[in-house]
Every structure is written in C-alpha cells, then in structure tokens.
Ligand binder design. Sequence first.
Ligand code: DO4
Ligand code: MG
Length: 292
Amino acid sequence: MQLAVIESAENPFALAKYVDGKYFAINELPTLTAALKIPLAQLREILERSSGPEIHGRELPPLAPESEVWGAGVTYLRSRDARKEESGTPDVYQKVYEADRPELFFKANFRRTVGNGDVVGKRADCTSTVPEPEVAIVINAHEEIVGFTICNDVTSRSIEGANPLYLPQAKSYLGSTALGPRITPSWLAPEHSKMTIAARITRNGEVVWSADTALSSLNKSLEHLVGYLFRCQTFPDGVVLSTGTGIIPLLDFIMLEGDVVTIDVAGIGTLENEVMEIPLDINKKFQNALKS
Ligand code: DO4
Ligand code: MG
C-alpha cells in the first residue's frame, strides 16, 4: 500500500490509498495535509482500518498543497567531490561535509513541484544541468518520518559552480523539482539503510548515463537531518526533505532537451521525467498563452 494525492471531481487534492493499481479514499483523512497533522501511530491505525470507496482522477506529486520541499546537500562523498570539482570555491563543500550542521535549503512548494511522468526543466541560461536522484522523506508536524518517496533535485550545475551564492537560482526555477510517484509509509518501506538508488538518462531510446548508490552511504542520519530542519522552525502541514544525491554525472556530461531521467528506488518506486528547456522569456510566453 502506498499513499497518493489525486485530483478528483470531488476533491482537488484527495489523499488516497494506492493498492494493486487502484486508488481508494480515506474517509477520516481527506487530504495529505490532514494526515501530516496527526501523530504517526494514529495515521497508521487509520490507514490500516480505512476502507473507503475507489476514486478516479489524475495523480499529482505526493505533496500537501500547503507543504514545502527542502533539500539536504553534500551528504555523500560523491556530491562533495563533484561540487569541489565544478566550483571556484571548493572549500565551502569540504567544510559543510565535515560539519555537524548540514546544508539545508528551501527547494519548492506544491505549485513548483512536478510529479511522475511530468516534464522537468533545464534553464536556457545554464550550460550544464544535472539530475540529482535522491530519496526524499515525508515528515509530519510532529517531526516523525511518515514515509519515503523519490525526488529529482534538478540542478543548474554551471550556475552553482560559478558562485555558491547563486544556489537558489541553480536549485529553484520552473520544473526543477520532481517528486513521486507516491509515498511508501515508513512501516512498509524497506529498512532505509538497505535502500538502493539507481538512475539513468535515456536519449532517443539509448542509455547515455547510469549510476547507482545506497542510502547507507549518507554521511548523516535521517534523524540528524530532521533535527536540524525543525530547529527554530515549525511545519504544521508537514514537509518533504530530499536527503541529497550520491550520484552525479561526470563534469563533461550535458543533459539535453528530450532526455528522459529515470530514478528507481527499490521498494519505493520509479520516478521518470522528460527534460524540457525553459526559455528565458517563459513568463511572457505563459502570459500570452493565457490571453489567447
Ligand atoms: O551544495 C549544493 C547542493 C547540494 C545538493 O543538492 C546535494 O548534494 O544533493
Ligand atoms: Mg541535491
């Protein structure tokens, strides 16, 4: 059983139990927001006994509309080394890898997040964009890890590499956050130290890059990351934290429009998105499309 968010005729953000390819309403918990406000034990008890009717609709990213996606950075050796290689200021990455305080950054809200099968973006003003295939944890208002999903923390490598202060522009633009396909509840997920992440990029049907890693290579515990995220901060509607990437293409790899990025996490699912270039004047094009 997994949790999904469904846009249905009755409820634009219906929380559903996903079982054998079908979605079922959870009468006591109409939305993911409601599910993330209650303690984990209560959520589990409700989900185990709920038997709502089947519902139909479009699957959305598994994120509460009021919630946020945050990212953790430089939590794997491979991420530390890739940033040091691409950056003119390598020591910031070395220092944060060794520090007790992790790098945590705001990545996206619901409106800025795409789901499985949607399109991810590469900025037109970036010469090198990379996927960052990551396990993401879904945390409730009580700081408990409720479940696991997958995040592609798409990153404008050349922009971050030019200056780490450009991080928000490298990390947050149209289509830079993909989340999904669904949430596997923590009590049904594989032991997180045994989770493996495999990613590939397919171009015209051929695999042009692939790599894998394991969550056991994270240099900080999930509890440590959650503890820092909730320092001096509240998340009354829950929050998703993407735990960082352990796989990044080599420096000379260029991701192109039309490439398809596939991320598999055993026991959690597969997140797949095609890449589209985001033009500099996307807002003008969008406004004109609204007028016509
Ligand atoms: O330092 C920049 C962000 C790093 C990151 O997103 C990662 O390591 O996954
Ligand atoms: Mg990342």
